[in-house]
Design a protein around this ligand. Structure first.
Ligand code: HEM
Length: 144
């Protein structure tokens, strides 16, 4: 089982159900993208037409949180690090992404354990998308 497939307990409703169903992730992603559209660093990384990416992200979340395999039926294996390799993601970009996502998640007023699970997930996986050093920082001696 990969890191992108949580282990569901079949006796418990999925996080997707408890969040309000797949449409809750459509709303979450809308709120996230409203923030991305205002972000001078992130917006240029995204294509002009934001709609396909919005759809894929909402389907990915719904699938990740136990809502069924629609994302993989459309897109195949997530391979998220690979899919992000073409975007210049440094720590600054990742922090911006995680901040907008955390703001969007909190604005949804999910049940608190659902909110907590999603925030933990965001904080865990956002750093793994970083694929270049920050222009804003001097080199990290621990990495050299
Ligand atoms: C770290 C900062 C991140 C940046 C700057 C970023 C940026 C992007 C961009 C530019 C796209 C393409 C959108 C399009 O083609 O319309 C994308 C797609 C996507 N991102 Fe991210 N992303 C980040 C982190 C993450 C994280 C942490 C996740 C989830 C764990 C994630 C999940 C996705 C998914 C599911 C897609 C759609 C993939 C597909 O087309 O099937 N991203 N991202």
């Amino acid at each position: 089982m990969s890191q992108h497939e949580p282990r569901p307990d079949p006796d418990e409703p999925s996080i997707t159900e408890r969040a309000g169903g797949p449409d809750a992730f459509v709303e979450l992603v809308d709120r996230f993208y409203e923030r991305v559209e205002q972000d001078a660093v992130l917006r240029p990384m995204y294509p002009e037409d934001l709609e396909p990416g919005k759809r894929h992200l909402a389907l990915f979340f719904a699938q990740y949180w136990g809502g069924g395999p629609v994302y993989s039926e459309e897109r195949g294996h997530p391979r998220l690090r690979m899919r992000h390799a073409g975007f210049p993601i440094d720590r600054d970009a990742a922090l911006r992404w995680a901040t907008h996502m955390a703001d969007a998640v909190r604005s949804m007023r999910f049940p608190s354990d659902v909110e907590h699970a999603i925030l933990l997930y965001v904080s865990r996986f956002t750093p793994s998308m970083i694929n270049r050093a920050d222009d804003l920082l001097p080199p990290d001696p621990a990495e050299g």
